[in-house]
Design a protein around this ligand. Sequence first.
Ligand code: MTE
Ligand code: MO
Length: 404
Amino acid sequence: MKKNQPSSRRRLLQLGAALGGGLAARQESARAEESDRRLGKPLSAYGERSPFEKSGRSVRLTKTPEAGSSGTPLGDSYGILTPSALHYERHHSGVPNIDPARHRLVIHGMVERPLILTIEEIKRLPSVSRIYVVECGGNSGGEWGPKTGSDAQRSYGLASCSEWTGVPLSLLMAETGVRPGASWILAEGADACRMQRSIPLAKAIEDILLAYGQNGEPIRPEQGYPLRLIVPGWEGATHVKWLQRLKVTGQPHMTRDETARYSDLMPDGKARLFTFVMEAKSVVTFPSGGQKLNGAGLYEITGLAWSGRGRIERVEVTTDGGRSWRNAQLQEPRLRIAFTRFRLPWTWDGRQAVLASRATDESGYVQPSKQALIEVRGLNSGYHFNGIKLWKVQADGSVTNADA
Ligand SMILES: Nc1nc2c(c(=O)[nH]1)N[C@H]1C(S)=C(S)[C@@H](COP(=O)(O)O)O[C@H]1N2
Ligand SMILES: [Mo]
C-alpha cells in the first residue's frame, strides 16, 4: 500500500495537469463533503432513516384523497416487524386529519349503558400490547389472474406486522353490558366514506383491541389515528380505522364493504359473505421479483409466513418449482397471527431456478397451490388469495414472476 503511494500520487498529478486543475477543485470539494459527513448533523427531535435508503411503498399519486392502496416493500424487510412508515395503506376515501382532543367513540345500540368516550378516557383504561399482522382481504388478488405480481410488494405487500397497544374491547363491553339477542357489532370510521363493517359480538369479546399505539408511538394517521380496531387474524377491512362508533345489533348491517365488496363469488354463482379469517400464507422475500443475484454461489433464501388461525408450524421451500421441498428454519419468536421469518441456505448453480414457499399453521392447514385454490373457488373472485407464490431466478441472476 505504502509502496504504491508515490507512483499513484505521481500519476494523479499528471492527470491533474492534463485536466487543467479541474481535478484539484473536485478533490477539494470531495474533501469538504467527506469532512461534513464525519462532522455529521446535530440532534433531531424525530428521527429519519439514512438518506442512502430509498425503499418505499409504491404509490399511484392522485391529486385528491381518494380510494387507493400501497404495499409494504416486503422484499427489503428484515425480521418480523414492519416500520410504521412502511405499513401498507388501504383507504376507501383518503386519510382524515383528526384532532384527538375532539374525537369521540360512541358505543350504543343493544347495550344497557351507552357510552361516549374521549381518547384520554380510553388511554386511562388498563391496556395491552400485542404483535399482530394486518392483511387486506384483497392482498394478492392479482395472483388469481394469468399474469402474477412482478415483485413482493405488488403481489403480497398488503400485509404488515406491528405491535399494537390498546384496550381489549371486552373491557368496554363489560362496562356497557349487552341486551338479550345482541349478536353483532357495527363498527364505523370517521373518514369521509364513514366506512362500516359488521363483526360478530363473540369476536369482539374474544380478542378485539381498541388500538391507539403502533410500534411504541401513537398510531400513524394512515393507520387510523387516533383509534382503530385490531381484529386479530381477520381480513383488514374489519380493522376499522379512525373508529368513531360501535353499535351493538341483532344482525349484520349488510354494508357495501361486506356485500358488494370483500365477498367471494363462487363458481355456482352464489357469493360467500363474511370470509373473516385470513388463511395461512407465505412468500419468499429474497430472492424475489425485481431483485438480482450476483453470480452463482451461496445465498440465504428468506421470507415471511403468517396465519389468521394462529402460529406457523412449518415452512417448506422449493428451488425446483415444487418437485422437492425442504423445511426452512423458523426464527423465534413464532407468535400467533404475526409474521414468522423463515430462512434456508441455498447454493445457486447459476441455472434457471423456480423458488417458492409453503406454510403450515398450527391448525394443520397447508397453504394450497394456485391451481388447487382455483379448483375450489373458481375465478370470479378477486379476494382471499393465499396460494403458493413462485419466483423465477433467471440464468443472469435477475428474479421475475414465474410467468416471465
Ligand atoms: N375507516 C376506515 N377503516 C378502514 C378502511 C377505510 O378505508 N376506512 N380500510 C380498511 C381496509 S380495506 C383495510 S385492508 C385496512 C387497512 O389498514 P392500513 O391502511 O392501516 O394498512 O383498514 C380497514 N379499515
Ligand atoms: Mo382491505
